[in-house]
Design a protein around this ligand. Structure first.
Ligand code: PHE
Ligand code: ZN
Length: 854
């Protein structure tokens, strides 16, 4: 277990920092090989830590040039993780501590701290990157005002806050809002801007800029429109206004994550901000919109109110994801957004929660905090907030948030602070609810039903499976939204919220004229796995009649899963009822196309492996792949006579627009083309590729053709058109791996790593190949273990350059316990090989050890 590692950090060890920081002044003299950083820290004793304290500053990989206290040179020798100054060498009361260090941004391949990307300087400080820039108390509860001077021979020099002054090769910035070091940012480069402005609700004029490399200006309009929409939405829905004169966004090609909410200077992976009709798909447009909003929303939930320590990460991330989901839901279709979010939750978070990497939404120990930017902290963290809102109601949710902002503005807060505002506003005791933050694992909700003499009895049971370090668990408070539907499709009991908090409980409904069909967990009211045996007739009934759009989709989904499971384990034939129901949904013109497109998508192979494993089977990746193929073909045959008509009905003519309605039509059209390809050898998809007027259509058609093994000509055409475009070429790399036949996948990956465009140092490119590889379920789990070996080889190589990305990508192995003994052994051997590799990082080391349950 990781808990035994001497490097482990515990929540229970929290102590406030020894000193307060009243202000910090930084001066950067930029040079690729030898940047000088001068820091002046205005420090004072912290009354929370009585007695005269030593000063401990974090610092890694810094060459110390000088150190002085109150202007007097001090001889100090840093150790591997920082610098200590004994209390005896410090004056009493407040003092100024000055250091100068030298760093080499051009050698920084970890992309943490100050680094270079295409000749541009940029920073990434969350979670603990600032200590690679200067000696500093690098922890989120040390908040202070930053004044920054940048000296460098580059046209654009940016930092946080408002610009103060600038000259030919220098600029000064001043951020009036106290912040922790992880929100510091600096950018310097030959950039051009896409400007706009926004007037806030109190009349403040804010200059907005998106800064990009020359040539990318034409891909900024959508990001800018999204930013303005997010600013307006946060004023209207949460009453939150922007608080500086300027808001800058910078696009960077080399970036470990999606984007970063640095105060007033958000830094984005270019993939998460740039979008144009001919280079980005509808999904990309939607993702840009939501990530722009996410980072902007952090200005209040993360920056104005930050985290006391990194164990509280979900305080800002869970809440900010919840807010960005609400935003997208308001701007687009709420049911479609909910289905997409649940699909992602199940694919990533349930997978994590059901394996060796399971951890609570608020972990209580870690070795490397970078390893806890997870689906559990983010997406389950957001679900927990959704549950809290369902329990207290919309009005109390709004009051609780107002109180939270009023009470904690300017502070570094905790989950206890967050829950306290809800408890106070609603008068509820949230002790049991808090288990959602402290217990790992996805609860299983078992449903049984009884009908007799006009009385319907619903019995709920919950099981909270053991997870690493948590063998036994008390029952949680699970909000279960249910409705009862009568035989004619009317709601006999409209949606109500059951607050289910025991191991087992029965709910009785009397005086019903006929047996109702229950719709359970409407809107996916809690992140649980429902176990319920329902007849095919009842599922088909729900699919046709449920007034809850989510559960209507879910009925089809569950039916599909059950059928696939039987096709895999019992060689069952595709069920006519299922095929007829899918056809009815696909052609139901009263439903929006985006929803119909989602309904047509079968459960993923990984999802099927998890489902079979939970049911006590050992999943066979090849059998899963074959059954899913067979079901797709059966769906295509079922709908054959009507597919061409639907395909042309979903054609969106005219100039491309990324709006949700047009995107939904394109999604349904591509779904139909995918089915048609199984009947016509790809001729309709090929035609769609050559007729395409936007990336959604051309890339969608390319993927369909690759999947049926007919893609080589269009693949070459695509490469020729886009070879100079990094973001589009990421798609080109990824799609070949994602759509490779299982037995060919390892060779495809090997060839791509030899391609002149492959670059191990660029996280997007690495993820394009190896993320797609781990997601090609049947290919990754080919019986010869070639996929496992390849992933281990490349993680070991990448770890020496970029530990953070190597560690994230290692989750390809997290579900090893599901599979047969041979595969388990091969995956464990791959992890052992990683653990034994020379120069293994703390990041990847912790991940491999946790996966092996060490
Ligand atoms: N805080 C960023 C976000 O969610 C994510 C991030 C974490 C980026 C760590 C970089 C490094 O919005
Ligand atoms: Zn975030």
């Amino acid at each position: 277990m990781t808990a035994a590692d001497p490097r482990t950090i515990y929540l229970s060890d929290y102590q406030p920092y020894s000193h307060l920081l009243e202000q910090v002044e930084l001066c950067f003299h930029l040079d690729p090989a030898a940047t000088r950083v001068k820091a002046r820290l205005h420090m004072a004793p912290n009354p929370l830590r009585p007695g005269k304290q030593d000063v401990r500053l974090d610092g890694e990989g810094l060459k110390l040039i000088s150190c002085a206290v109150n202007g007097e040179a001090l001889n100090v020798v840093p150790d591997a993780t920082g610098l200590s100054i004994a209390a005896a060498r410090l004056p009493s009361g407040a003092f100024v501590l000055e250091t100068e260090v030298e760093i080499a941004p051009e050698d920084n391949t970890a992309l943490e701290g100050l680094y270079m990307s295409n000749g541009m300087y940029c920073t990434q400080c969350e979670a603990e990157g600032f200590r690679k820039i200067t000696f500093y108390p690098d922890r989120p509860d040390v908040m202070t005002r930053f004044k920054v001077r940048i000296e460098g021979d580059l046209p654009v020099l940016l930092s946080n806050g408002n610009p103060v002054a600038q000259g030919a090769d220098w600029a000064e910035w001043d951020d009036p809002w106290p912040k922790p070091a992880y929100l510091f940012a600096l950018v310097a480069g030959d950039l051009v801007n896409f400007p706009d402005h926004f007037t806030t609700m109190s009349g403040r004029e804010v200059a907005l800029n998106i800064w990009v490399r020359p040539g990318d200006e034409g891909r900024c309009a959508w990001g800018m429109a999204s930013l303005k929409a997010a600013m307006l939405w946060d004023e209207q829905v949460y009453g939150r206004e922007y608080d500086l004169d300027i808001f800058n966004i910078v696009a960077v090609d080399d970036f470990n994550m999606g984007a970063m909410e640095n105060k007033g200077l958000n830094i984005f992976n270019s993939k998460a901000v740039l979008a144009s009709a001919d280079t980005a798909t509808d999904d990309d447009f939607a993702r840009v919109e939501s990530i722009i909003a996410h980072e902007y929303f952090h200005n209040w939930t993360g920056n104005r109110i930050t985290c006391r320590d990194w164990f509280q990460l979900c305080l800002k991330e869970g809440l900010t994801v919840y807010r960005d989901q609400q935003f997208s839901s308001d701007l687009r279709s709420a049911p479609v957004k909910r289905i997409q979010d649940v699909l992602a939750l199940r694919a990533r978070q349930f997978r994590e929660d059901g394996g060796p990497l399971a951890h609570p939404v608020r972990p209580d120990h870690y070795i490397e905090i970078n390893n806890f930017y997870t689906a559990t902290v983010y997406e389950k963290g957001a679900e927990v907030i959704g549950m809290l809102r369902r329990l207290v109601g919309d009005a109390d949710y709004a009051r609780a948030l107002d109180l939270y902002f009023a009470r904690h503005d300017g502070q570094a807060a905790t989950i206890e602070d967050w829950l306290a505002v809800f408890a106070e506003v609603s008068g509820r005791d949230l002790t049991q609810f808090k288990l959602w933050y402290t217990q790992a694992g996805t609860p299983v909700l078992k449903v049984s039903e009884d009908w007799a003499d006009g009385r319907y009895t619903l019995t709920l049971e919950q099981e909270n499976p053991p997870t690493p370090g948590q063998p036994e668990k008390a029952p949680k408070l699970i909000p279960v939204a249910i409705g009862l539907i009568g035989p004619n499709g009317d709601e006999v009991v409209p949606t109500q919220l059951l607050e289910f908090g025991e191991a087992k409980h029965s709910y009785v409904y009397d005086g019903l004229g006929a047996r109702p069909v229950a719709s359970i967990l409407r809107g996916f009211s809690a992140p649980v796995i429902v176990e319920r045996s329902v007849s095919i007739e009842d599922r088909a009934f729900l699919l046709a009649h449920d007034s809850d759009a989510f559960n209507r989709w879910e009925a089809g989904r569950t039916l599909g899963k059950e059928l696939l499971a039987r096709m895999i384990t019992e060689a069952a034939e595709p069920l006519p009822e299922f095929l007829a129901a899918m056809e009815a949904l696909a052609f139901d013109d009263t439903l929006e196309p985006a929803y119909r497109a989602l309904a047509l998508r079968l459960p993923s192979e990984d999802d099927m492996a998890a489902t079979l494993f939970a049911a006590g089977h050992v999943p066979d990746p090849a059998a899963i792949h074959a059954a899913r193929d067979a079901l797709h073909l059966a769906m295509a045959q079922q709908m054959r006579p009507r597919l061409a008509a639907l395909e042309s009905a979903m054609h969106v003519p005219g100039a491309y627009s990324p709006d949700a309605a047009s995107a939904g039509k394109r999604a349904l059209r591509l779904g139909v083309l995918g089915l048609l390809a199984r009947l016509d050898g790809g001729s309709a998809a090929r035609e769609a590729y050559y007729d395409a007027s936007n990336m959604t259509e051309s890339f969608g058609a390319l993927a369909i053709l690759l999947e049926i093994g007919e893609g080589s000509t269009v693949l070459a055409d695509f490469e020729e058109k886009f070879q100079d475009d990094r973001l589009v070429m990421d798609k080109w790399f990824a799609v070949q791996v994602a759509c490779a036949k299982p037995e060919a996948m390892a060779d495809v990956v090997r060839d791509l790593t030899q391609h002149r465009g492959f670059d191990i140092k660029n996280p997007n490119r690495f993820r394009a190949v190896f993320g797609a590889m781990a997601a090609n379920h049947a290919g990754f789990h080919e019986a010869d273990g070639a996929g496992y070996d390849l992933l281990a080889d490349w993680l070991i190589k990448l770890d020496l350059l970029n530990p953070q990305t190597a560690a994230r990508m290692s989750t390809g192995f997290e579900s090893w316990p599901r599979y047969d003994i041979d595969r388990q052994e091969m995956m464990r051997a791959a992890l052992e090989r990683i653990l034994a590799s020379k120069g293994l990082s703390r990041d990847l080391g912790e991940m491999a050890a946790r996966m092996l349950a060490r």
